[in-house]
Design a protein. Sequence first.
Length: 225
Amino acid sequence: MSKRVEKQINSFKYKGEPIKVTLGTLILTCLCVLLIIVATFTQVTLKHPYFPLNTFSFLAQDVSDYELIHHFIKSYKYIPQIPVVFFIVALLGRKFGILSVVMYIALGLFFPIFALGGGLSYMFENGFGYILAFIPAIFFAGTLLKGKTDFLRVFLISVIGVLTIHVLGILYMLFVATLRNAPMDLVVSWITSQSGVQILYDIFFSIIGIFLGRQARKLLWIVMC
C-alpha cells in the first residue's frame, strides 16, 4: 500500500472526509433508493430464545418436548427498512442520505413503493409518519457520524435515531387517527405492531447497518479519490 493511499484512508477514518458530488454518487444515491424499496418488501423471519411471563407455570404442566421447545422460541417477522436507512447514511453521509429518502418519498407519492401502496392519499396512512421521520433521523445520524466511529457512538446514534423515527411515527399516527376518529383500541394495536418489540430489533440491526455502511464508505471513498 502506497503512502498516499494510506494517508487517504487515515484522513477518511478520522476526519470524515465528505463524498463529492459526481455522476457516480448520484447514481449510487439512486441505487440506495432502490435498496430502500427492496427492504420495504423484504420480510425476514427471526427466531431466538425468550422467556415469557408464564414460564414457571408452563414448566409445571405436563407438556411434550416439542411444545417445550417452541414455547421458548420467539418467531418474529421483521422488515429491515430502518437498518437499511442507517446503512445508507453511514455510506453516503447526511446530504446524500437525506436526498435518497426524499427521492424515495417523492416516488412513493406517485408509485406504489410504500409498504401499503403509494400515491398522495398515502399521506393519511398511519405509517407515513415513520417514513417522514427518516429525514430528521438521518440528519442526526449523519451529523454524529462525522469523524471517528466507535461502538459507543454508533450505539447512541442507533438508539436515538431509531427512537426518533418511532416517536415521530407514533405522533403522526395519533394525528391521522384523530382526523379519522379512529377507536383507541385500534390505535393502540397499531402502535404495538409498529413500535413494540420492533424498536429493539431496529436498534440491533441499525448498529450492524452503520458499521457495514462505514466499511463500504471507506472502499467507496478510496475508489472515488
